[in-house]
Design a protein around this ligand. Structure first.
Ligand code: PXP
Length: 238
C-alpha cells in the first residue's frame, strides 16, 4: 500500500516571506496529519530559505506519522538527521543555487560517498532512500551503496504526462521492476499532482510512498487541505 507523505516546505516558505509566524508551520503540520497524511517530509536547504534547521528540531515532537527528511548530505545536514533520527532520510544531490531538486544521483560516480553516508545513517537505525532518475544503472548503483529505498524523480513523468502518459511511465515501470528484483523499496516524488498521481500509482505496483508538496499546496488554495489530502489518498490506495 502506498503512503502519502506531505512535503511542508511550502508552508515554511510562505511564512518566511513575511518574517512572522503566519502560517504556523507546527499547527499546519498537525492539521495535515489529522486530515489523513501518513507522513511528513521536510527538505532543509543550506540557506534555510524554506524549512529552517530549527523547524526540523521542533517538528520532531509534532510529527506522529512517518517523518522523512530529505536533502543534500552536507555536514550540517548529516549532523541534523543523526540528531533528530527521523524514520527515513532521503539523499538528494541538490545544488544551493537550484530552485528545487532537478536531478537524481549518479550512484556510480558517487559510489564511495553514498556508501559511507548511508552507512552512517543506517548505523543510527534510520531507513535510507536515494533520489534517482529512472535509469537501470542508477538503480543498480543504489543497490550497491546499500540504500533501503530509491525515490524516483518524477518531474520528467509529470512533464510528459499530458502528451503521452504511456510513454512517460515506461522508464518508471522498468526502474521499479529492477528495484523489486534487487530487493529495494520504491518511493517517488516531484511534480506529482491530483491530475497525474492516479495513473502513476496504478502502473507502479510496488510503490511504497509518494512525497508531494508544490501541487498539493496549490490545489489546496482552491479546495482546502482537508479535502485535498483525502482526494490524494483516494487516488493512491488500490
Ligand atoms: N522529492 C524530492 C527529493 C524533492 O526535492 C521534492 C521537492 O522539494 C519533492 C519530492 C516534492 O516535489 P513537489 O514539491 O513538486 O511535490
Amino acid at each position: 500500500m502506498t503512503i502519502l507523505s506531505v512535503n511542508v516546505n511550502k508552508i515554511a516558505t510562505l511564512r518566511n516571506s513575511r518574517g512572522s509566524n503566519v502560517p504556523n508551520l507546527l499547527k499546519v503540520t498537525e492539521d495535515i496529519q489529522d486530515f489523513g497524511a501518513e507522513g511528513i517530509t521536510i527538505h532543509p536547504r543550506p540557506d534555510e530559505r524554506h524549512i529552517k534547521y530549527s523547524d526540523a528540531r521542533m517538528l520532531k515532537n509534532i510529527v506522529k506519522s512517518e517523518f522523512n527528511i530529505e536533502g543534500n548530505p552536507i555536514p550540517k545536514f548529516m549532523d541534523l538527521v543523526l540528531e533528530i533520527k527521523p524514520d527515513q532520510v532521503t539523499l538528494v544531490p541538490d545544488k544551493i543555487e537550484s530552485l528545487t531538486s532537478n536531478q537524481g544521483w549518479d550512484t556510480i560516480e558517487n559510489h564511495d560517498f553514498l556508501k559511507s553516508t548511508i552507512k552512517k545513517i543506517k548505523n543510527k537505525g534510520i531507513r535510507t532512500s536515494i533520489f534517482v532518475n529512472p535509469e537501470i544503472n542508477m538503480i543498480k548503483g543504489a543497490h550497491l551503496v546499500g540504500a533501503d529505498r530509491i525515490e524516483l524523480y518524477t518531474e520528467p513523468y509529470a512533464a510528459k504526462y499530458e502528451k503521452n502518459r504511456d510513454l512517460a511511465i515506461k522508464p518508471y515501470i522498468e526502474a521499479s521492476e529492477k528495484a523489486y528484483d534487487l530487493g529495494i523499496g520504491v518511493n517517488a516524488g516531484h511534480d506529482l499532482s491530483l491530475e497525474n498521481i492516479e495513473f502513476f500509482s496504478k502502473k507502479i505496483s510496488n510503490l511504497l510512498e509518494v512525497s508531494i508538496g508544490h501541487a498539493l499546496i496549490c490545489e489546496s488554495l482552491y479546495l482546502g487541505l482537508e479535502n485535498v489530502i483525502p482526494m490524494y489518498l483516494g487516488k493512491i490506495k488500490k
